[in-house]
Design a protein. Structure first.
Length: 578
């Protein structure tokens, strides 16, 4: 099913640098020899760029220096020439204000690095949340043969015989600590045991979601997305990915051959079936727009309506990614879902999706459910619209208290994350279990970068009363490991004058997830009065990249990409190498 046209050595992109008998190519070859290479190693062979998103502060990618060796072995064995290309590393845990702010910068770096060097094909490495969409967006815009290597999840956490899930269990134990139910000793023990190996969060957080989506799109080898980072199968997958990248160059199999409208439909269906992170919606929209595929929020809702939750993984279930892999992984889940998928789409291994999953089996049916025995009938996310979110908002119903999916209550407004942190635990805070917490100015422009502030904390006085979920609304995001009745990505955001900017404490807000509604119950004339008095907040970051970001980032419902990056690949010419 791969392209019938086979490239010849003289057709290689790198041949433009190394092949001609002229002065400029003499310089290219001699400088490559300066590094100790023979011309036979790189002339007439596919040059494969390995985009490595590693650094010493990206905790999820600490094994990448070793995996590079495996990828290089595969490339060399298949007759290619491997070159490592370091790229911006988006370490979610330690970057501020948010790795999301730098996703677009990574995408641009990947695209321009691959364009400016003599690269015929690419292996792009990612895993930690925003690296996966960043490298895929850049590779899609460049559109040379590319395969994605996922970092893989870390081992399950462990503390005193209890299994711990990253993120999800942290929020739970932190709430208990805030009201004195968890001692310093216990908290320290959990801290020591919750992250035990290289790899991403082992819950179905944003990292696991995006790695799964990359496989559902067809951009990585079948079964690659959920191999634990320290399992030797991960080494072998890296080797196989390197070897396959060389074959893809000869076959001229490019991202645009794989990232079709049908592939995005498959990715959305899988996202719902795994209970994926709400962040996936933003990244899929951005990636789709990079290849000219129109994708809007309504498309997600249409597909979600027919997809139940099949993966019983935290935060929507009880198991972890390690269990998911040994239960059969994503191929087994997609085999359960095949009646809802486009099976004839092409994938990076040169086979159709149908070929890749037709023999997949479920080894632990309690972890990967069937369509007639789902974890929940409803899919992973729902899109809300209404007077408070004319551009749309997102909620993850599978991770919320069901009683809050249809709710009406008075707003308690926080103007910023700083305001929230300063007041949320005040003893005299006017809040009940029916209150709707609202936080403004956490969006793409307001954050800036739309940080993961959307799982607003439950006020301490309510925690002491036993309340563990509230309706919470913001224009920011939340971690895929988070949970609760959190309504996110409200668009347009407050910082650009969206209706969220006009909400005041005491206003009644109505939520009806089944009807897909989010409404601010305030008279339109009163809202116009408030709008005339509204002033945009003063930006906190006014220099360099932050200034570029605020000026050109789109809203959440448009993928938060830069407005000048939309459109199918091919509009940027090859570099002048003379």
């Amino acid at each position: 099913m791969t392209n019938t046209h086979k490239k010849k050595p003289q057709d290689l992109r790198s041949n433009r640098w190394f092949g001609p008998d002229d002065l400029r190519s003499f310089g290219h070859r001699s400088r490559a020899k300066q590094m100790g290479y023979w011309s036979e190693e790189f002339v007439g062979k596919p040059v494969i760029g390995i985009v490595n998103t590693w650094n010493d502060l990206n905790t999820c990618h600490s094994h990448f220096p070793e995996r590079i060796k495996d990828i290089k072995r595969g490339i060399t064995a298949a007759g290619g020439f491997p070159v490592e290309l370091p790229a911006l590393s988006l370490g979610e845990q330690l970057m501020k204000p948010s790795a999301m702010m730098y996703r677009n910068l990574l995408a641009m770096e990947v695209e321009e690095t691959l364009r400016s060097y003599p690269i015929d094909g690419a292996v792009v490495m990612g895993g930690c949340d925003k690296t996966t969409p960043g490298v895929l967006m850049g590779a899609a815009s460049m559109n040379i043969p590319t395969i994605y290597v996922p970092a893989g999840p870390m081992l399950r956490g462990n503390w005193r015989g209890k299994t711990l899930g990253s993120g999800t269990d942290v929020w739970k134990y932190w709430d208990e600590r805030r009201i004195g139910n968890v001692s310093d000793e216990t908290w320290s023990g959990i801290e020591d045991g919750i992250a035990r190996s290289p790899g991403t969060c082992m819950t179905m957080g944003t990292a696991a979601t995006l790695m799964s989506i990359a496989e559902a799109l067809g951009m990585c080898l079948p079964g690659a997305s959920c191999i634990p980072a320290v399992d030797s199968n991960h080494n072998r997958m890296c080797y196989a990915s390197g070897a396959r990248a060389v074959e893809m160059v000869w076959e001229d199999l490019k991202p645009t051959d794989i990232l079709t409208a049908e592939a995005f439909d498959n990715a959305i269906a899988v996202d719902m079936a795994i209970g994926g992170s709400t962040n996936a919606i933003i990244h899929l929209i951005a990636l789709a727009r990079r290849v000219g595929v129109p994708l809007d929020l309504e498309h997600f809702d249409r597909i979600a309506a027919g997809i139940p939750l099949l993966a019983c993984i935290q935060p929507s279930g009880e198991y972890l990614m390690e269990d998911f892999y040994y239960a059969g992984g994503l191929p087994a889940l997609m085999a359960q879902l095949q009646s809802r998928l486009h099976l004839n789409v092409m994938t990076v291994n040169g086979s159709t999706l149908n070929d890749n999953i037709k023999d997949a089996e479920v080894w632990r049916p309690e972890v990967i459910r069937s369509l007639d025995n789902p974890v929940q009938e409803a899919g992973g996310t729902a899109v809300l619209r209404g007077t408070l979110a004319p551009g749309g908002a997102i909620i993850k119903p599978t991770a919320a208290d069901p009683r809050l999916l249809k709710h009406s209550g008075p707003a308690l407004v926080f103007e910023s994350i700083a305001d929230l942190k300063a007041r949320i635990d005040d003893d005299d805070l006017d809040v009940t279990a029916d209150t709707v917490l609202v936080m403004k100015n956490g969006g793409p422009v307001g954050g800036p970068g739309m940080p993961e502030w959307g799982m607003l904390p439950i006020p301490k006085k309510l925690l002491e009363q036993g309340v563990r979920d509230l309706v919470r609304i913001s224009d920011s995001r939340m971690s895929g490991t988070s949970y609760g009745a959190c309504i996110l990505h409200v668009s347009p955001e407050a910082a650009v004058g969206g209706p969220l900017a006009l909400v005041q404490t005491g206003d009644i807000i109505e939520v009806d997830v089944s009807a897909r509604r989010l409404d601010l119950m305030v008279d339109p004339a009163e809202l116009e009065r408030r709008r005339s008095a509204w002033k945009a907040p003063t930006p906190r970051h006014t220099h360099g990249y932050a200034s570029l970001y605020r000026a050109h980032v789109t809203q959440a419902d448009q993928g938060c990409d830069f407005d000048f990056m939309n459109g199918a690949p091919g509009s940027t010419p090859e570099p002048d190498i003379y």
